[in-house]
Design a protein around this ligand. Structure first.
Ligand SMILES: [Zn+2]
Length: 379
């Protein structure tokens, strides 16, 4: 192996290291969200869609030709997203060097765009408290200065990529430098650096600035009920809905209690903040004051309206129920929803929560790419 190759191997080790570093921190990444990349002049390695960053190894990445990725930037595609997105996906697939049986992240073009060796895209709780707040743009400027690249919410995929590209070009012209941080409204943040230490420093700085601005303390988490109580509630509900008890999870704590006292409190968390929230928890959450022994009527009404079981049921005064196809995936649903509660809580420091709107939600509900990602990461 020549020295160039061995240095690339070393950098790929670093890519695995930084992926696991953030992937193991639930304040940054939950389940299959986020993505990381490393690039040389010719090639780009990016996390495959749906693979979890927490325990990723070499096989979790896809290697692509940068020359072929650049074609996506210049080519013109259909205006109709239902035609366009598969076209773009096809071109992304054509850019793969190896392995051809994995899908590169849909955000690959965003990674290609950033002129840094390493790019780490995450959905940090604190950043999203800011990005999913009513004063997102204004507060970002106040906290990070006027040299901040803030991208207003845009449907993910090609349209988001073009928007970020346009804004990046404008940024380069205006400041004669490369933006190392891109803030995405109702989504997260992308950080670029030529070493992984550079990236860590940037994240520490972002977190510090946001934390300094947040005056609220999360409600005490120490109201854990006994295991028996939790089991009784979840098995009660599972029996009534005729689903496997292991696929129904009950959780309560100070934060959850804060939001489930009544309908009005729950309104602060009753819509998705980000595409990931929809991918894992869907977009309609059920709040009910019905007794756990009488829940099937309420759930039946929900099923008639939405065509499926709710993933999240908030039981007034009691806590949260998460339902999914396995115990593991129900836990992910629960973790994502509890994270939404944190985002909502902290967003009060920036004018209060700002959810996705109905059109934005619809786009994600109908997007094959996200459905694929969900399927892979919930396995
Ligand atoms: Zn993302």
């Amino acid at each position: 192996m020549d020295s160039r190759n061995s240095s690339i191997e070393l950098q790929k080790e670093k890519l695995i290291e930084i992926s696991r570093y953030y992937g193991n921190n639930p304040e940054y990444i939950i389940a299959g969200g986020g993505n990381t990349s490393y690039k040389t002049k010719e090639k780009l390695w990016i996390k495959a869609s749906g693979v979890s960053m927490a325990d990723i190894d070499e096989d979790g990445f896809v290697c692509l030709s940068r020359e072929k990725l650049k074609i996506i930037s210049t080519k013109s595609y259909s205006q109709n997203s239902l035609i366009r997105e598969p076209q773009v996906k096809g071109d992304l697939q054509k850019a793969i060097i190896s392995p051809s049986n994995k899908r590169p992240s849909v955000e690959t073009s965003l990674h290609e765009l950033m002129d840094f060796a390493f790019v780490v895209h995450t959905h940090p709780t604190l950043v999203n408290a800011l990005m999913c707040s009513r004063k997102a743009k204004r507060s970002a400027k106040k906290l990070f200065g006027r040299k901040v690249l803030f991208i207003e919410y845009t449907d993910p995929g090609y349209v988001l990529y073009k928007k970020v590209e346009e804004e990046t070009v404008r940024f380069r012209d205006k400041f004669s430098s490369e933006p190392s941080v891109i803030y995405l409204q109702n989504h997260g943040v992308i950080v670029g650096g030529n070493t992984i230490d550079e990236i860590k420093e940037i994240y520490v700085d972002i977190e510090k600035k946001i934390r300094n601005h947040i005056t609220l303390q999360l409600p005490d988490k120490k109201t854990h009920p006994s295991l028996e109580y939790a089991k009784k509630i979840s098995s009660n509900i599972a029996a009534q809905l005729e689903i496997a008890p292991s696929n129904v999870l009950f959780r309560t704590n100070g934060l959850i209690q804060y939001f489930v006292q009544n309908n009005r409190d729950f309104e602060k968390v009753d819509k998705p903040f980000t595409p990931d929230d929809i991918v894992y928890c869907r977009s309609d959450y059920l709040f009910t004051s019905a007794a756990t022994t009488e829940i099937n009527e309420v759930v039946d009404r929900y099923k008639k309206r939405h065509g499926s079981l709710p993933k999240i049921i908030a039981l007034q005064g009691k806590g949260l129920i998460a339902i999914d196809e396995s115990e593991k995936s129900a836990r992910i649903v629960m973790d994502i929803f509890e994270n939404m509660m944190k985002v909502s809580f902290y967003s009060e420091s920036f004018g209060g929560p700002q959810f996705m709107n109905p059109e934005q939600i619809d786009f994600i509900d109908n997007w094959e790419v996200e459905n694929y990602r969900r399927k892979v990461s919930m396995k």
